[in-house]
Design a protein around this ligand. Structure first.
Ligand code: NDP
Ligand code: 8X3
Length: 265
């Protein structure tokens, strides 16, 4: 018998999972990956039409229960109301994937748009905190649960124009490290993931809808896919209860660091 009530040295099989930012990219890929495991899902984002379409696809393909919530994580009242409306088993999920996030702009700080900064800070830091504060006490009470925070290589290594985005992701990493200490002894696990270049809608959002510019970010090498990140999340989520995957840094093979990617254009 291990220290924690669910510790059986066997793989965990998450039955209820919340994913924020599930309407696109990494979050959507996580939804597919957990659905393949048979996990029931609560999918959060602002674009309800996309969540609905995804929910119908996953339900019919995998026979799981999929709940959706239209939530802007920047607004505490929306987060609280989403949590209050969750079906009971999702109130204390086996896994929470804090994935909702974005970057806006790629200019030196002296030219930065205040509105872009506020959107990144409100979403990537405050939104993640609002969701975590609303769900974590239930995990602590149940003495089990895993929170996966999607940070970024940009939070570890700076690049020109990445300033405020990088700062928000450095904050996520520090929150993950702090949470390791705060939840120690409760049975709850924290996993921080720092992806490098992943081809999603991320750059379209960063460049305010300029799809041509966004496409150039992923040209000349093979970027990561959302699925590559989802595989890391699944690995962390399926370890036995006594195993904590604290940190993962994952890049395309072509990417040595945030400032060096081998592009054969
Ligand atoms: P996408 O733009 O494809 O997906 C972002 C997701 O976040 C969408 O589902 C979007 O949903 C959601 N989202 C954004 N703002 C909010 C909000 N205010 N409230 C609720 N949901 C929101 O990008 P990625 O999949 O790449 O990004 C996912 C995470 O991965 C982000 O945190 C990003 O910083 C991080 N990351 C991405 C990397 C990359 O290279 N792509 C590398 C490292 C980290 P909707 O618009 O419907 O609300
Ligand atoms: C996304 C990776 O390097 O484009 O967080 O900022 S990067």
């Amino acid at each position: 018998m291990g220290l924690y009530p669910f510790d059986k040295f066997t793989a965990m099989n998450p039955s209820h999972v919340i994913i924020t930012g599930a309407s696109s990219g990494i979050g959507r890929a996580c939804a597919h990956a957990f659905a393949e495991l048979g996990s029931n899902l609560s999918l959060w984002a602002r674009r309800q039409d996309r969540l609905q379409e995804l929910a119908e696809e996953l339900t019919s393909r995998h026979g799981i229960t999929v709940h959706t919530a239209t939530v802007d994580v920047r607004h505490l009242a929306e987060v609280r109301s989403a949590v209050a409306s969750l079906p009971a088993p999702f109130q204390s999920p086996d896994v929470l994937v804090n994935n909702a996030g974005l970057s806006r702009g790629l200019v030196p700080l002296q030219e930065g748009e205040i509105q872009d900064w506020e959107e990144m800070i409100d979403t990537n830091i405050k939104g993640l905190l609002y969701v975590t504060r609303s769900i974590l006490p239930n995990m602590v009470n149940r003495a089990t649960g895993l929170i996966v925070n999607i940070a970024s290589i940009a939070g570890i290594q700076p690049y020109r124009g990445g300033n405020v985005y990088g700062a928000t992701k450095a904050a996520v990493k520090m929150l993950s490290d702090s949470l390791q200490i705060d939840v120690n002894g409760t049975g709850v696990r924290i996993c921080n993931i720092d992806p490098g270049l992943v081809e999603t809608e991320f750059s379209q959002v960063r460049f305010h809808g300029d799809t041509d510019r966004a496409a150039t970010v992923y040209k000349g090498y093979q970027p990561l896919s959302g699925r590559d990140i989802a595989d890391c999340v699944i690995f962390a989520a399926t370890r036995p209860a006594h195993v904590s995957i604290q940190d993962i840094l994952i890049t395309p093979t072509a990417q040595a660091s945030v400032n060096l990617t081998d592009k054969r254009l």
